[in-house]
Write a protein that binds this ligand. Structure first.
Ligand code: ZN
Ligand code: ZN
Length: 326
């Protein structure tokens, strides 16, 4: 048994792991098949994550094969491919009771405050497993978590998105694009050419560099959340419009408050997703989503996979284990 650890020495290690315990009645034993690397994982490795310091067993974007399930598990059965919701929620606090499990007062994310899923074998509670419908391969299923981030972000905006601006064309910006393709018009701002090209191929009406002035929009999604990108979003959003803050800000950031106040522009946060977002993505994965995968390396090359994320042309780098069902 082995696990991928983001080390306190700043390196990625494939370390021996103890065999997992037998699953309890509410638990399942999983064999992860694909794990996606997220920007926040890289932040942990580089010790710039605001809350989490290594060493950490990584992995929160996970498609896995079910090897065994406890007697009380109803979400999945042995042999199923599942996606794990890596966001632990208690299920009983007021937020959980109204379905906002992402706002749980006990929320913790696997791969950050809890050990992650990048292990040969892992035991999780069955209630965090979502069955993947037939026909969705592990490579696509592993994108469910970032796609659910995009879907939840779009759900935070008014139903009628109108004209849309997306600032940032990384995995999250592209996931927002894939969830917002029904909008009247979508402009995506991104400095890297290959990402602009992919955004255009995935349905953006217009792609521009940060040096270009965006058009007026009704809804802006800031997938970077730094002072300059928030200023871009605020300047482009028309009176009565909405700005959704999707990116993870590094610190408190000044907003163009006079404009937001006078012109009734709403600023909304969006954080993670709920199980309903995950099920919605799995029920109807956005066409073309698999194009987000730009590298897929075996677990014994985990260090190379993390190194690859420094290449601006990479979008989503996956790490894989053999599928026991294949
Ligand atoms: Zn992620
Ligand atoms: Zn809760």
């Amino acid at each position: 048994m082995s696990q991928i650890v983001l080390g306190a020495d700043g390196a990625v290690h494939l370390e021996p792991a103890p065999p997992p315990p037998a699953p309890g009645p509410d638990e399942v034993l999983l064999a992860p098949v694909r794990i996606g690397i997220c920007g926040s994982d890289v932040h942990v490795l580089r010790k710039v994550h605001p809350f989490i310091a290594p060493p950490v067993v990584t992995g929160h974007e996970c498609a896995a094969r079910v090897l065994a399930a406890g007697a009380a598990v109803t979400s999945c059965a042995p042999g199923d491919l599942v996606v794990v919701n890596p966001l632990y929620s208690c299920g009983t606090c007021p937020a959980c009771r109204r379905g906002a499990t992402n706002l749980c007062s006990h929320a913790k994310v696997m791969g950050f405050a809890l050990p992650g899923l990048a292990r040969d074998r892992v035991v999780v509670e069955g209630r965090f497993c979502h069955r993947v419908p037939p026909g969705i391969p592990p490579r696509l299923a592993a994108l469910t978590e970032p796609l659910a981030v995009g879907r939840h972000a779009v759900g935070r905006a008014p139903v009628n998105l109108g004209r849309v601006l997306i600032v940032g064309g990384g995995p999250v910006g592209l996931a927002v694009l894939l969830a917002a393709r029904h909008a009247e018009h979508v402009t995506l701002v991104e400095p890297v050419r290959s990402k602009r090209d992919l955004a255009a191929a995935l349905g953006a009406t217009r792609v521009i560099t940060p040096d270009e002035t965006p058009p007026e929009v009704d809804t802006a999604f800031d997938c970077v959340a730094a002072a300059p990108t928030l200023a871009t979003a605020a300047a482009a959003t028309v009176p009565g419009g909405t700005i959704v803050v999707v990116g993870v800000p590094r610190s408190a950031t000044e907003l163009a408050l006079p404009r937001l106040q006078r012109w009734e522009i709403d600023v909304r946060g969006t954080g993670l997703y709920t199980g309903a977002d995950i099920d919605a993505v799995l029920a109807d994965p956005p066409a073309g989503a698999e194009r987000l995968v730009t590298a897929d390396l075996p677990a014994d090359r985990a260090a190379d996979a993390f190194a690859a994320t420094a290449d601006p042309d990479q979008i989503k780098v996956l790490i894989g284990w053999p599928d026991p069902a294949a």
